[in-house]
Design a protein around this ligand. Structure first.
Ligand SMILES: [Zn+2]
Ligand SMILES: [Zn+2]
Ligand SMILES: [Zn+2]
Length: 423
């Protein structure tokens, strides 16, 4: 057997076979690999070029096409980001430009590039509230029913075809019902009410009754079979505070409070402090001065937290709270610091954050929630009505962590609820 020799790297201490030494120039395999990786990195750093894919292009539609196009990762190229976000570009599109990008999405559907087409159509639906009848037709005839929010503005002909498909034998009933829930017009409401009264045979193969799909689109049937919306159409986003700028004083976000969580003994966090008479929050139609909605940032990840609120800003832990089935025992968490979130004075569309995979920051008051998992509107523990969504904190915006805290209110009982979801 051949004698082992020491690796030449100073401080390594490994012994290697002469054959290895011959291959690597006298160093051990791990050292050799490390050396190669460092050489590669140095090469990349030295040769990497900035690539501005938007150079000289002014047409926002062309810019969006480039943004949406899938890119192959090339370590030797560093993309210069465009100075506006996709969301901002969609906001500024004219009607003609919206039609052009919709036509582009249809051409992608024809090439069966559904992912890219869907992202474009979703952006149109969520950021501009545009009607995408032609794009929908193309999706529908390619049996693309998901995500349902695409069908939000679909007209009667697509609606009727969806209904026909749901009633006939279908493997895709789940997606079809979601699409119908998003249409949510009078006929859908009537049909959901009919199915609630007389559940169709196929309903037994679903996980939830067909009418419950409405929650995904933010509504439910009331006792009389009428549509009851579970969110507010008005929506104001939060922005990360920029030094020196003055924002609306309507709502303060994320403040540590003195009250403690009975489960973990950590301090509660006031997610939202609404100044109810400020014009931006009048849509809540609450008559008092202040509304503070608190949660335990830690325990809330494992279950819903209810608080009893008063419209003078006081609140208390609700006696309706039940310890979640799973709640890890932890030390009280340290006092946390977050980015200062500031409510914008500029209203945005109701659904801008509704599809969270569009990767926009979604801390907001009002609007449609950005569910990461299935919709989860809590029932008021006092009157059992489904609670209204009133705002959410996107932790990606608050401290670059994950997940969203969703807040709800029962106006009649003055009970607030907070839920949390993450990927
Ligand atoms: Zn070594
Ligand atoms: Zn706690
Ligand atoms: Zn209630």
């Amino acid at each position: 057997m051949s004698e082992r020799i020491p690796c030449q790297t100073s401080g390594c201490g490994a012994n290697i076979l002469p054959a290895t030494a011959l291959k690597t120039g006298g160093i051990c395999m791990p050292c050799h690999q490390k050396k190669l990786a460092m050489e590669k990195e140095a090469y990349i750093l030295q040769h990497r070029k900035d690539v501005d894919r938007y150079y000289g292009i002014e047409d926002p539609v062309e810019i969006l096409k480039i943004m949406h196009a899938p890119r192959k990762y090339n370590p030797l190229e560093r993309d210069v980001p465009y100075h506006k976000s996709e969301q901002e570009l969609y906001h500024q599109l004219s009607e003609v430009e919206r039609e052009r990008i919709e036509a582009y999405a249809i051409s992608l559907i024809d090439q069966e590039d559904f992912d890219q087409a869907e992202t474009i159509l979703l952006s149109l639906v969520c950021f501009t509230n545009a009607r995408i009848e032609r794009g929908l037709n193309a999706l529908f005839h390619n049996e693309q029913y998901d995500p349902g929010i695409l069908y939000k503005e679909a007209g009667p002909s697509i609606r009727d075809e969806l209904i026909h498909l749901v009633k006939s034998e279908s493997d895709d009933r789940n997606h079809l019902l979601l699409a119908l829930a998003w249409i949510g017009d009078e006929e859908v409401v009537r049909l959901f009410a009919e199915w609630r009264e007389n559940p169709p045979q196929w309903a037994s193969r679903l996980y939830i009754p067909p009418e419950n799909y409405a929650h995904e689109a933010g509504w439910e049937l009331d006792q009389d079979g009428r549509k009851r919306r579970l969110f507010h159409l008005e929506c104001y986003p939060f922005e990360v505070h920029v030094e020196g700028s003055a924002g609306a004083e309507a709502v303060a976000a994320l403040q540590t409070d003195d009250q403690t969580c009975p489960w973990c003994q950590g301090k509660l966090t006031v997610l939202f402090d609404y100044h109810l008479q400020h014009p931006s929050v009048r849509f809540l139609k609450l008559s008092g001065e202040r509304l503070r909605i608190a949660a335990c940032i830690q325990c809330n990840c494992y279950g819903t937290v209810f608080t009893k609120v008063e419209l003078d800003g006081s609140y208390s832990w609700s006696h309706f709270n039940t310890v979640p089935d799973y709640l890890p025992i932890t030390e009280p968490h340290e006092q946390q610091t977050w980015n200062k979130l500031q409510l914008s004075e500029r209203k945005i569309g109701t659904y801008e954050g509704a599809y969270w995979m569009l990767e926009v920051s979604t801390s907001q008051i009002g609007g449609h929630p950005a569910w990461i998992q299935d919709a989860e509107y809590p029932a008021c523990p006092c009157c059992s009505n489904t609670m209204m969504f009133i705002g959410q904190i996107d932790m990606g915006q608050a401290d670059n962590s994950e997940g969203i805290y969703y807040t709800f209110l029962c106006n009649d009982c003055l009970i607030a609820a907070v839920n949390y979801q993450q990927t």
